[in-house]
Design a binder for this molecule. Structure first.
Ligand code: EPZ
Length: 434
């Protein structure tokens, strides 16, 4: 398995361009199941989760072609022989549950493996199923699979007990052909939800209220395929913003959706970082000591849970005490143990982590546990003394396209090596230290 080696201490300087948003592409790929024709999606990043979703669509019977180095995806689903998402695929990518809504809407039936838990929490899909039942679907759970069927879904008023991003997206996808109007209350406001609603409306759907907590979907008879461009990835952008701040760098992050990063911008400024809108992007200048700030994750537009691990790495070297509270997932502190192995001073107290900034972190061999925790370890390695070696970076590849190449281009001393080479490289670094 590949590993990433980093020798810390370099300032990041230069510019980097953000790719398309993983969490916007996946629901758009699910939406392609709704139409019998070529759906084109552009600005697609090359990520493992997207490859997994392609395998799932092909398994269902979709034809898929990639142009422009696979950054343009073309998908056509004329028919689906067996509307089933198998365990082997769903267990590696829980977003596979997004095929439920479109399969029931167009093919009247879907059988999808229950996603099961994951490193950051139980992550049930009970609210997805509650909404489908409210729309008149039969829902059965057995042998680890959920089967959903309906001759035709009917519009319903659905209150989402918990704000759920893919739950909102799944029910929007299900409701586009329903008989009547569906209203989703306490819906997710994330930009990725708006991106999906905009694409569905361009396909002929009638959706209003996306971006607010109440979304109305009026069922229509038919949709048509379109070409649509994916919005930039606000979490990739935020990760580079934190990297620039931590390394006391000066980085222009291009194609950065600053309007989607309001909460992070405020926290970075509170911590003393300069964040300036420039050239269709954001310039981050971090040349003064980092101040400790408290962070509480919340559904959008609150501080994003997907940026919590990255900001914790930054607070680990800030001057003072910060309290980081994770309200969205119940187990999203897997990065804490690894950061402590680098000398970070962090104490977990229930849903909060108390971080006491230290002068320097020290490089160490680390193990990634989930996507955003991996990013946090990379960021810590950028500022640590000596060599940091991050293993199990397949987690990282799910959501970041060639992050080591982008960081290297900004001046980081970082490389990806195959595991058999790691020992040799690590000893080279050890000799250099001597
Ligand atoms: C989406 O996951 C994102 N993934 C996640 O990004 C992100 O962390 C999360 O939203 C929150 O912003 C995609 O969009 C593909 P939720 P999702 O349903 O939709 C509970 C990343 O790093 N819940 O909004 O699965 C759930 O347990 C990934 O890119 C229920 O209780 O998250 C959680 O506590 C990680 N019942 C909370 O809601 C349900 O039926 C929010 O989960 C659904 C969710």
């Amino acid at each position: 398995m590949d590993k990433i080696l980093i020798r810390g201490g370099r300032r990041l300087v230069g510019e980097v361009t953000v790719g398309g948003a993983k969490n916007a592409v996946l629901p758009l790929m699910a939406a392609s199941l709704l139409v019998d024709g070529w759906m084109t999606i552009t600005n697609v990043p090359r990520l493992r989760d997207i490859d997994t979703f392609k395998v799932l669509l092909a398994h269902l019977g979709s034809e898929i072609s990639g142009d422009d180095g696979n950054r343009t995806l073309r998908i056509r689903t004329r028919d689906v022989a067996v509307p089933e998402a198998p365990y082997e695929l769903v267990k590696t990518m829980r977003a596979a549950v997004l095929v439920l809504g479109p399969l029931v809407a167009r093919f009247k039936r879907a059988r999808v493996s229950l996603p099961g838990g994951c490193a950051i929490g139980a992550r049930p899909i009970d609210l997805h199923l509650k909404g489908l039942k409210a729309m008149g679907a039969e829902v059965e759970i057995e042998h680890g699979y959920v089967t959903v069927s309906a001759e035709r879904l009917r519009g319903a008023k659905i209150y989402m007990d918990t704000v759920t991003v893919t739950g909102t997206e799944n029910l929007m996808l299900a409701a586009v052909h329903a008989d009547g109007t569906t209203i989703l209350e306490n819906a997710a406001l994330e930009p990725e939800v708006v991106c999906l609603a905009d694409a569905l409306n361009a396909m002929g759907a009638r959706i209003t209220g996306a971006g607010t907590d109440t979304i109305k979907i009026e069922g229509v008879e038919k949709l048509h395929p379109i070409e649509t461009r994916v919005i930039p990835d606000r979490i990739e952008a935020g990760t580079f913003m934190v990297a620039a701040a931590m390394t006391k760098g000066n980085v222009l992050i291009k194609d950065c959706p600053h309007e989607h990063l309001h909460a992070l911008n405020l926290k970075l400024k509170e911590a003393g970082t300069e964040v300036i809108q420039e050239d269709g992007g954001v310039r981050v200048i971090g040349d003064i000591p980092i101040r400790s700030v408290d962070v509480k994750t919340l559904p959008y537009p609150g501080f994003p849970t997907d940026m919590q691990a990255q900001v914790m790495a930054m607070m680990a070297i800030a001057s003072g005490l910060s309290v980081i509270t994770e309200t969205v997932f119940e187990n999203r502190f897997m990065h804490v143990g690894e950061l402590k192995r680098m000398g970070a001073d962090i104490t977990i107290d229930g849903r909060s982590a108390v971080v006491k900034g230290v002068r320097r972190l020290s490089g160490a061999p680390l193990m990634a546990t989930d996507l955003r925790a991996s990013a946090s370890l990379i960021l810590a390695g950028l500022v640590a003394d000596g060599l940091t070696e991050v293993s199990r970076i397949y987690h990282l590849d799910r959501g970041y396209e060639k992050i080591e190449e982008k960081l290297m281009a900004l001046g980081a001393d970082i490389e990806r090596v195959k595991s058999r080479e790691t020992a040799a490289r690590a000893s080279k670094y050890a000799k250099a230290e001597a």
